[in-house]
Design a protein around this ligand. Structure first.
Ligand SMILES: Nc1ncnc2c1ncn2[C@@H]1O[C@H](COP(=O)(O)OP(=O)(O)OP(=O)(O)O)[C@@H](O)[C@H]1O
Length: 310
């Protein structure tokens, strides 16, 4: 069993057709996601989050570089991976019961029928209802029942909670996290709901313009930043540090920095929240990337392609 859920080296994906990045949806992405983490994939619209998840699910092949999942090429790990795409494709003509039966048939030996049925029952879904007659949020519940019932080692969820009402979101997130904790499942979920991620996730990948801008355990990323506030001369306060964003506020100036030495006297330094860090990076797309040592790929693209083809 590998201690790495996903590892990418120099990963690039180019789609045909005109685009603002010369057709590159992802470019030069390198990172490592340790197994057992709950990882948030965050970034602006069009950043490359879905493309990254689809590579991990084995649905897209890289144009350059490599990506391994649970130590193998994603296609070799398919039985151990479950993936819910953003549009949550299901068979519209099947009923809820028939959909779960299909899940059972497709996953012999690992299907957790009790769990899948509980997720559907908790949403008060009529087992005889056809998928096409369900609401978007109800379909999401069935899709989550299917992937959790599979008991995957790696669960890839592309904006899983977007169309759920707040109560359903809270309840399903609770079920998801409890199952992941019990079975050591690695979960990767993209989301735009920053507040939700801070509670649920312990690892972060921030994708921007097709590149990994931040990667690491959330505790390590928080520890690498400081929110400083003060009124003194700007140059003294900010000089040695990497400044992600600085803004004038009622109290003088507030800046999110990556400290490179002591903070200047007279300036207050506080621990930023995950939301502070994400918003500052989203507002400052040119800030330098940061990958913590735990999130740095251990292998080069050539090592990984040799391992995958061996
Ligand atoms: N099948 C495709 N063919 C052509 N271009 C694509 C395709 N899929 C994605 N792209 C392009 O790749 C880039 C990244 O798209 P992707 O869907 O991965 O972004 P995202 O971060 O998931 O966005 P969102 O938050 O809006 O879901 C975009 O510029 C998009 O237009």
């Amino acid at each position: 069993m590998t201690d790495t859920a996903i590892e990418a080296a120099a990963l690039g994906k180019r789609f045909g057709g005109p685009s603002r990045r010369g057709g590159w949806a992802l470019r030069d992405c390198g990172f490592r996601l340790p197994a057992g983490r709950i990882c948030a994939v965050v970034g602006p619209n069009g950043a490359g989050k879905s493309t990254l998840l689809a590579h991990a699910a084995g649905l897209l092949e890289p144009t350059e570089g490599t990506l391994t999942v649970l130590g193998s090429h994603p296609s070799a790990a398919r039985e151990r991976i479950a993936y819910v795409a953003q549009d949550k494709p299901l068979y519209p003509q099947l009923t809820v019961t028939e959909t779960l039966r299909l899940g059972h048939e497709l996953n012999p030996g690992r299907w957790d029928a009790a769990l899948a049925e509980r997720i559907v029952t908790d949403g008060h879904l009529d087992p005889a209802a056809r998928i096409r007659d369900l609401s978007g949020g109800q379909r999401t519940r069935v899709a989550l029942a299917l992937v959790l019932g599979k008991r995957p080692e790696l669960l890839l969820l592309d904006e899983p909670m977007a169309d759920l009402d707040p109560l359903a979101r809270h309840q399903l997130m609770g079920t998801l996290l409890a199952e992941a904790a019990e079975h050591g499942t690695t979960v990767v979920m993209s989301s735009h709901i920053l507040g939700e991620l801070a509670h649920a996730c312990d690892f972060l990948l921030l994708v921007g313009d097709g590149r990994i801008r931040l990667g690491g355990a959330i505790d390590d990323l928080v520890a690498a930043h400081r929110l400083i506030t003060g009124r003194g001369p700007l140059t003294d306060a900010l000089a040695p540090h990497t400044v992600i964003e600085s803004r004038a506020t009622g109290r003088g100036l507030t800046a999110l920095i990556r400290p490179a030495g002591p903070i200047a006297p007279g300036w207050e330094a506080a621990e930023p929240s995950l939301e502070d860090i994400l918003l500052a990076h989203l507002r400052s797309p040119d800030a330098p990337a940061l990958l913590t040592p735990g999130a740095t790929a251990r292998s080069s693209a050539s090592d990984m392609s040799a391992a995958v083809t061996a």
